[in-house]
Design a protein around this ligand. Structure first.
Ligand SMILES: Nc1nc2c(ncn2[C@@H]2O[C@H](COP(=O)(O)OP(=O)(O)OP(=O)(O)O)[C@@H](O)[C@H]2O)c(=O)[nH]1
Ligand SMILES: [Mg+2]
Ligand SMILES: [Zn+2]
Length: 296
């Protein structure tokens, strides 16, 4: 490799510019995109020319994908090994998001961790979407943590578990993603903002994915902008079923080859569902993807 080329990684992207961190001396500076090299995302390892343009994007170890408004797959971040999905009583979320977070992480070969945030202000009656997420975690062996950045409840259990990982934090706007990143990394540049008292929604304080480090934990965290949904992108049904092995394995025993696992007689999936062998939430997420015509 020529001396004029430097290697490093993308800390954040801002339109055509990206914040780059050089591997040799950790120097950070802005670089410009290069259509020929492709679209770099947060976490990408890139080479950079002397005039601070991206020369190439190195092959990715992993990608985190989310759908755009036309349900096409878009890469949000690269080279993480873990997805942390944050959920909270405020703002609440659709209960099927827990199932989709699991399906997406399985499809992408990433470990999923579920965190219930703001434990200090949980209402006396635990909202359904939170108990659903917790029971899905326990049925499907997903690590689950209940934390508060105010009282530090659950934080040491969490840090013991996530040390040395490269994780992307996702979840709805206002659930406390940036607050947690700030708590773990101490980085004062992170902006956070309260959930609007008027609408009960988050305010989309974080606008672009950005990578932070908690050096004592050897932990890398990518803070993502709030997502209304953890959605599935358009894909063939056989691809989706790779993320739903509970359904895929049982479906082989349905009477009809083309069984839709809906109202057909002798449907092994429905029987397994009734016997509690397939988590309800996963089956509902599967039906929901069909209803939204996401499968082709
Ligand atoms: N009570 C309580 N409030 C919290 C906790 N963690 C975060 N918050 C509050 O939740 C609000 C939203 O926090 P943020 O960290 O900005 O949320 P975010 O998920 O990054 O939101 P976006 O960047 O919009 O996606 C802020 O007012 C935080 O102070 C917690 O553990 N307990
Ligand atoms: Mg944020
Ligand atoms: Zn069936």
């Amino acid at each position: 490799m020529s001396d004029s080329i430097r290697t490093g990684r993308i800390i954040a992207t801002y339109g055509k510019e990206s914040l780059f961190e050089a591997k040799d001396n950790n120097e950070q500076f802005l670089i410009t995109a290069n259509r020929k090299a492709g679209k770099a995302v947060c976490g990408d390892i890139v080479t950079v020319t002397e005039d601070n343009r991206i020369a190439s994007i190195l092959p990715r170890q992993s990608e985190y994908i989310r759908p755009d408004f036309r349900h096409r797959a878009k890469v949000l971040a690269a080279n993480v090994d873990t997805v942390i999905w944050l959920t909270s009583h405020t703002p609440p979320n659709d209960e099927l998001i827990a199932a989709r977070a699991l399906i997406v992480s399985r499809l992408l070969g990433l470990e999923l961790i579920i965190i219930q945030s703001k434990a200090d202000s949980l209402p006396a009656e635990v909202p359904q979407h939170l108990s659903d997420a917790q029971s899905l975690a326990s049925t499907c062996d997903i690590p689950w943590f209940k934390i508060s950045t105010v009282t530090a409840e659950g934080i040491s259990e969490l840090t013991d578990y996530i040390a040395s990982k490269k994780a992307l934090i996702v979840g709805q706007s206002g659930v406390g993603k940036s607050t947690l990143v700030h708590h773990l990394t101490g980085d004062e540049s992170i902006r956070t903002q309260s959930v609007s008292e008027v609408t009960g929604h988050g305010r989309h304080t974080t606008t672009t994915a950005k990578l932070y480090q908690a050096e004592s934990l050897k932990l890398e965290l990518i803070d993502a902008p709030g997502m209304r949904d953890i959605g599935l992108w358009q894909m063939p049904e056989s691809d989706l079923l790779e993320g739903l092995p509970e359904i895929e394995q049982v479906a082989q025993h349905c009477r009809f080859n083309n069984c839709q696992h809906n109202h057909e007689p002798d449907c092994a999936v429905k029987t397994a569902l009734e016997n509690g062998e397939i988590p309800q939430l996963l089956y509902r997420a599967y039906c929901d993807a069909k209803e939204k015509e996401l499968l082709n």
